[in-house]
Design a protein around this ligand. Structure first.
Ligand code: BEZ
Length: 259
């Protein structure tokens, strides 16, 4: 039995991750990390922390620069997958980063919205950086996946379950810039960009891999019913030329320096 056959494991926001499902339904996540990777501009010999490294696909690409990459992720399942790719990865909660002036840069792609206490995260990021070190991140910005979330909530209500109280952390650029400054960062770039994102395994695949926190208070049968109902509500999403539905992703992209 491989590590991937083991049961899924709890991590941030109660989300359960399964590396195999992730690779199939969410393989686009590291692929679309190119813009933030270019913003990082990793250099040979730099020490870089990949916060929320997931299965390590993007971490290994960043390592091609010659930078020394350290991955951390709250999910043991994802850390096993990252190590299998050769990434030096540790299980660590992003709210409790245990590093002191150890890195030239902290990088994060599509992970910070899973961490509900941004102050604890930024405190740890700041501590992990050497003075002058950079924090380069991309994650969900205000309004991210609002159409999908609304459909899941509507489906819950239609089936008599009431709306879920769960929310991902999707701040505005202004709110996040203020928070960065409060934590001693100089903000060099912050932008919030709509990025319609094609879902290769459709809405059903997206809900299967990502929507657990909106559904995990329900019994398994009700979860499946709500997922099916939300998928039906989203049947008319715009589609790309290949017929894949486009999710209403909004990216918040950040480059900030530790003062
Ligand atoms: C995101 O990458 O924006 C995202 C992924 C899953 C759930 C919520 C947001």
């Amino acid at each position: 039995m491989s590590a991937f056959d083991t049961a899924t494991t709890a991590s941030s926001a109660g989300q359960q991750w399964n590396a195999q499902d992730y690779a199939i339904d969410a393989g686009f996540v590291p692929t679309l990390g190119g813009a933030v990777a270019r913003l990082l501009d990793a250099r040979a010999g730099e020490r870089i922390l990949d916060l929320g490294c997931g299965d390590g696909v993007l971490t290994t690409e960043l390592a091609l620069s010659g930078a020394h990459m350290q991955g951390v992720d709250a999910s043991p399942e994802m850390v096993i997958a990252a190590r299998a790719r050769g990434v030096d990865a540790k299980v660590m909660d992003g709210h409790a980063l245990a590093f002191d002036r150890a890195f030239d840069a902290v990088f994060s792609n599509a992970a910070l919205h899973w961490m509900p206490d941004p102050d604890r995260v930024l405190e740890g990021v700041r501590r992990a950086l050497r003075p002058g070190g950079r924090f380069v991140a991309e994650f969900g910005g205000h309004g991210n996946v609002a159409t999908i979330t609304a459909a899941v909530q509507a489906a819950r209500v239609a089936h008599g379950h009431g709306a879920s109280a769960f929310q991902w952390y999707f701040p505005t650029a202004d709110a996040y810039a203020d928070r960065l400054r409060q934590h001693g960062f100089q903000v060099q770039l912050i932008e919030c960009l709509p990025r319609p994102t094609a879902l290769p395994t459709g809405v059903a695949g997206w809900l299967r891999v990502f929507a657990a926190p909106l559904l995990d208070d329900l019994p398994a049968e009700a979860r499946a019913t709500v997922r099916d109902a939300a998928t039906a509500l989203l049947a008319d999403l715009p589609r790309n030329a290949a017929g894949q539905p486009l999710a209403d992703y909004v990216r918040l992209r950040v480059l900030a320096r530790r003062r």
